[in-house]
Design a protein around this ligand. Structure first.
Ligand code: GP9
Ligand code: MN
Length: 608
């Protein structure tokens, strides 16, 4: 019995090692020898321990381990394809959403991933296979077993310890492998339970990396106006003023731009919670934690927020999204943010579905009915509208095609083409909404803020790569292009278009809007900066880019494999070079700043 399980153990060990190497090579494009040995050590530790059990349970456990690890490999690949970062066990918290996002999973699946399960076919013939496999007598005596386990524990423990301060998630995974990465994440989580979380406004001010200039320019120019914040699904900044075959892709956004402030250097910072993280950041000016959706992280907590601040100033606050409110745990999120009411699938219904809910056209139509009601009742309002139709995998129904920009033949059957069509439709529906706002007399009485929640572009094929090259005319950057979303702020009294070069990100929306509406937020902890009162901003990004990534007025910084390395890419001219020391120092400051934000999240009080 013992020999049999040892042989099976060896088979499982080799097959899992092969899978780990495949995943690592797919993600990192190279293999690093120390990382390879560490990965081997973690696998060996588990497999030798399980193999040593002296009965049938050992074989069953080995098969379960093999299956579980293969699923982990597949999940890691799919997760990386979508999020550009490493999967952690923390994402298991959203497992209940797998059914709803099955379209996205199918779109990410590549046929070659099936081989990760091919060894199970071989295992069906195990009785025959084991006769031809070597090492049928493989046994570890008690001493050798003890020594091996002690050595493996020492080796894996040392690796975990020595990589505990690596900031860049990809480098950490390269050093530790899939399993080691999970242990390292767990250790960080346990550590953070015991850390002190209280932060004061003074500490924040001392660490603030981009204070506003204190001028309070435009303070209160829109006081007493309604606030309409529209979050557009997956809309990147390159759409603005983009023409294909001389046709504008987003004519309605471009039209709004002509009488608005427009921030072309604006970036998304969402973490795991995607759309809902963007909602959270916009309404709180707090950085997302990254690996956990903020709606989960703050569940049951009271968060100082834009809707609460507006309510104190006499506004009625409501949020509108066509999917069910339980998706992303939004019911809890809205409770924590303190919206007076929310409208979800129950209100919008199921007629004319695109993606997870009614089309943007229907959503805007039904939203405006409510806004008109608020207005009729003499209420100043804040409406947070979360559009949805341009959602990955961008399968726009045929019935909506006539409303989209015509594309030349070379876009046929491409991912890029579908993405452009979806955004073009979202723009069409948005245009109708603006017309309705004007018709109902709400346009001139409202500050209108429009931005994209996060990136949407993916290059799935050579055809996609060529199309992207055609659109950009230069190398596409994973931060400066990919995470670049538009921010447009329309203020009723301002008719002249203004393109503002200040760098900004989602955390900056709340302080910027507060200034325009004349709200006093000096007593609130906000991590962003009023973009109309600074011209020197810098923003930290994590999750879709490794922690440590930041953008300032001159360049984008990307962390290297060790904590004192990195590279920068200039905003103008797109020149790449090794990061100077001052950029590394800035990186450390920004990481500390984001940690303050994380501490603040943990210190938030319970909901009453
Ligand atoms: C569904 C929508 C999903 O309600 O929020 O968008 P995502 O978070 O996947 O971008
Ligand atoms: Mn989204």
């Amino acid at each position: 019995m013992k020999e049999r399980t040892s042989q099976l153990g060896l088979f499982v060990f080799l097959s899992l090692l092969l899978k780990s190497l495949y995943v690592k090579y797919s993600i990192m494009d190279e293999l690093n020898i120390v990382g390879f040995l560490t990965e081997m050590a973690f696998l060996a530790l588990f497999i030798i321990t399980v193999s040593s059990i002296r009965n049938r349970v050992s074989s069953i456990l080995l098969l379960i381990l093999n299956f579980g690890y293969s699923i982990l490999c597949l999940t890691t690949l799919l997760y990386f394809d979508y999020y550009n970062t490493i999967f952690t066990y923390k994402s298991l918290g959203e497992i209940d959403q797998v059914g709803e996002i099955s379209d996205s999973i199918v779109a990410l699946f590549k046929l070659q991933y099936i081989w990760l399960f091919f060894d199970f076919i071989l295992l069906c013939f195990w009785p025959k296979l084991k006769r031809i496999l070597p090492f049928s007598q493989l046994q570890l005596g008690p001493k050798l077993f003890g020594l091996t386990i002690a050595f493996l524990l020492f080796f894996t423990g040392t690796s975990l310890f020595s990589s505990s301060n690596i900031i860049n998630e990809l480098s950490k995974y390269e050093q530790l492998g899939i399993m080691g990465y999970q242990f390292s994440e767990a250790a960080t989580d346990i550590q953070s339970i015991f850390s002190n979380n209280d932060i004061s406004a003074e500490t924040l001010e001392k660490n603030r990396h981009s204070p506003d200039n204190g001028n309070m320019r435009l303070h209160g120019v829109a006081s007493d106006k309604n606030l309409i914040i529209i979050q557009l699904e997956s809309v990147q900044n390159f759409f603005i003023n983009l023409k294909i075959n001389s046709k504008e892709v987003t004519p309605n956004l471009n039209q709004l731009l002509r009488s608005s402030y427009y921030f072309p250097h604006f970036y998304s910072q969402v973490g795991k919670g995607n759309t809902s993280d963007a909602e959270f950041i916009t309404n709180t000016s707090i950085y997302p934690l990254g690996g956990v959706p903020m709606s989960t992280a703050i569940e049951g907590k009271a968060v100082p927020s834009l809707p609460k601040m507006l309510e104190e100033n006499g506004y009625h606050t409501a949020t509108f999204h066509a999917n069910s409110v339980s998706f992303w745990n939004r019911n809890r999120l809205y409770q924590s943010l303190g919206f007076n009411e929310y409208y979800d699938k129950k209100y919008f219904g199921t007629h004319d579905i695109v993606s997870y809910g009614v089309s943007d056209e229907v959503m805007y139509k039904k939203t405006i009915e409510k806004l008109a009601d608020f207005h009729r009742n003499g209420k100043k309002f804040y409406a947070n509208i979360i559009a949805l139709s341009s959602h990955f995998p961008f399968k726009l129904p045929d019935s909506k095609q006539p409303y989209t920009v015509p594309l030349p033949k070379e876009y046929d059957n491409s991912f890029v083409g579908s993405y452009i069509k979806s955004v073009s439709y979202a723009d069409y529906a948005f245009g109708k909404f603006v017309e309705d706002l004007k018709r109902k007399g709400l346009y001139k009485d409202s500050v209108i803020v429009v931005y994209g929640d996060h990136q949407g572009l993916q290059m799935k094929s050579e055809q996609d790569k060529q199309l992207v090259h055609q659109i950009f005319g230069r190398k596409y950057d994973s931060v400066l292009d990919h995470l670049n979303i538009p921010l447009i702020v329309k203020v009723p009294s301002v008719e002249k278009a203004k393109k503002i070069p200040t760098v900004g990100s989602l955390v900056d929306i709340y302080p910027t809007v507060a200034n325009l509406l004349g709200l006093n937020i000096s007593k609130q902890i906000v991590f962003g900066t009023d973009l109309l009162n600074t011209n020197k901003n810098q923003i930290g990004i994590r999750f879709y880019a490794p922690t440590g990534t930041f953008v300032n007025q001159s360049y984008r910084f990307s962390p290297g494999k060790t904590n004192d390395q990195g590279e920068i890419l200039s905003l103008n001219g797109r020149k790449e070079r090794t990061a100077p020391n001052r950029a590394i120092k800035e990186e450390k400051k920004i990481i500390e700043y984001m940690k303050l934000s994380d501490q603040y999240v943990k210190s938030l009080p319970k909901l009453k």
